[in-house]
Design a protein around this ligand. Structure first.
Ligand code: BES
Ligand code: ZN
Ligand code: ZN
Length: 496
């Protein structure tokens, strides 16, 4: 994805006239009357220039006023490029509604090489949400050989350059995560993803350390999964961000450690994924790792006064002669032994090494993992909310509210101690699929398994199996990778 990132434009008629499309917005007031929003002077100048009254044009459609409802009014006048005005509904004008409205405008112009001038919202948070979602709506990705992808040029009428710049950083980061998820697994093996991380580290100024081969001796989970695909084999990537100028010394800064599941393709291994067509979506099983890489890229540009380390656990879960077997016992980083039951539950095995490494070596104040971990998370919550597990209720509340505001929504799920005995193994410290007892709470028991590796840390687990990928091409999301988690993690880190 290139260049469809919003730029600021003067709030004047002349500036609007340079675009093929002008986007304005409307809502309904308490009396249920339609109101055209936007800077009054600009709106009346536009009306005068095109000799129309927008409210009358709008009434013709009998709009409901709901967020994202969009009408198109063809216009023409001399001395200007403008061919149409979009009127988009702002609903209740909440940030969620503004996001829907912006995505609707973005989607309308997606794939068209036209200029779009929008004057739909003001207010700092509203402008931020609008700019991000406008960009997300225009997102396109494909590897078609026959034609170049066209992108619209997006202009937003504002004087608030700083808010727009921050929004562009976030939007770009989300698109980076999406691009990585969309890339097929024959291209993005673990070595390729590690290289992408190195490239982004150079571009944005954070450190990238890559471990492979013998350097992974202690990472028993990562090796057990990743050696199923020995060429090139698994990678452990550590990204480190430190603020450029900090009066505090490094140890005085709060330290956030992120751990991401980076399975570049999940066949299930010997416990082959069934039904087989569920496998097709599994190039997106690295969305957690993509989200933390994109988050660190955004953070390195926004420069908060915190320390952030991100661990990308990169492996392919293939079916081959070097695949692990159901009944194998592996030794994780730090020495915990685990009996492997179902090789399709590979995510928790690679995460366990990352969490244990963080606990032992990084002294995190916050330890957060993010993973497309279980089908059960999707069964429970659908595709709009990620399943969030943590024993820290205060932190959970903060993340819930940042989720609502940013659009990356989370639901606080319980770590149910009554289910702990599901993890008992006769021959190792734990079994990893929680198959003792019949609790059938796959997302909960996966979280309980991960908790065994976090020591006493303040820990949050985000199961994004439902949210990382969209099955439909609509609204903010393309069919495929959504970039879920980048906004949640970035906004949360910025709030610390
Ligand atoms: N990558 C899958 C989880 C998944 C499923 C993500 C659907 C996105 C969409 C994970 O590795 C997996 O296969 N989990 C199993 C665990 C089970 C075998 C205990 C699952 O959820 O079925
Ligand atoms: Zn799996
Ligand atoms: Zn998986």
């Amino acid at each position: 994805m290139k260049d469809a990132f919003a730029q600021s434009a003067p709030i004047t008629l002349e500036s609007a006239m340079r675009s093929q499309a002008i986007a304005l917005s409307y809502s309904k007031n308490e009396k249920d009357e339609l109101v055209v929003e936007g800077p009054i002077k600009l709106v009346s100048a536009i009306e005068k220039h095109f000799e129309l009254i927008l409210l009358d044009e709008l009434s013709f459609f009998s709009p409901s006023g709901k967020a994202g409802e969009l009408f198109e009014i063809p216009v023409s006048a001399t001395d200007c490029e403008t061919e149409r005005i979009f009127l988009v509904g702002l609903g209740d004008k909440s940030l969620g509604s503004i996001r829907l409205a912006a995505a609707a405008v973005g989607r309308k112009v997606r794939g068209k090489s036209i200029k779009v001038f929008s004057a739909c919202t003001d207010g700092v948070d509203e402008l931020h949400a609008f700019a991000v979602s406008l960009t997300l709506g225009t997102y396109l990705w494909n590897l078609k050989s026959d034609k170049d992808i066209k992108y619209p040029e997006l202009f937003i009428a504002t004087n608030d350059q700083e808010t727009l710049d921050d929004a562009v950083v976030i939007a770009k980061a989300i698109c980076t995560a999406r691009d990585l998820v969309h890339t097929p697994a024959n291209i993005k093996n673990p070595a390729w993803l590690a290289q992408e991380a190195t490239t982004l580290g150079k571009e944005f100024g954070f450190e990238v350390k890559v471990l492979s081969g013998k350097e992974l001796a202690e990472f028993g989970g990562l090796r057990a999964v990743g050696n199923s695909s020995p060429k090139p084999g698994p990678r452990f990537v550590e990204l480190s961000y430190l603020p450029r100028t900090s009066k505090k010394n490094v140890n005085a800064l709060e330290h956030v450690v992120l751990v991401g599941k980076g399975i570049t393709f999940d066949t299930g291994g010997v416990s082959l994924k069934r039904p087989y067509d569920t496998m097709i979506a599994m190039k997106s099983d690295m969305a957690g790792a993509a989200a933390i890489l994109a988050t660190v890229s955004a953070i390195a540009q926004l420069q908060p006064k915190v320390r952030v380390t991100a661990l990308m656990m990169l492996a392919e879960n293939a079916l081959s002669g070097t695949s692990q077997r159901p009944s194998d016992v592996i030794t994780h980083f730090g020495g915990t032994t685990v009996e492997v039951i179902n090789t399709d539950a590979e995510g928790r095995l690679v995460l366990a090494d990352g969490l244990a490494y963080a606990d032992k070596n990084l002294d995190p104040d916050y330890l957060v993992d993010i993973a497309t971990l279980t089908g059960s998370a999707t069964l429970g919550l659908g595709r709009q909310y990620a399943a969030m597990y943590t024993r820290d209720n205060k932190l959970a509340k903060e993340l819930v509210s940042i989720g609502e505001e940013s659009g990356d929504k989370v639901w606080h799920m319980p770590l149910i101690d009554d289910y702990q005995d599901a993890l008992v193994s006769d021959i190792a410290d734990f079994n990893h699929t929680a198959d003792k007892g019949k609790y059938s709470a796959g997302s909960v028991t996966a979280a309980l398994f991960l908790e065994k590796f976090v020591g006493e840390r303040r820990w949050v687990h985000l199961d994004i199996a439902g949210t990382a990928r969209s099955e439909v091409d609509a609204g903010e999301n393309p069919k495929g990778g959504t970039g879920y988690g980048v906004r949640l993690l970035t906004d949360w880190i910025m709030s610390l």
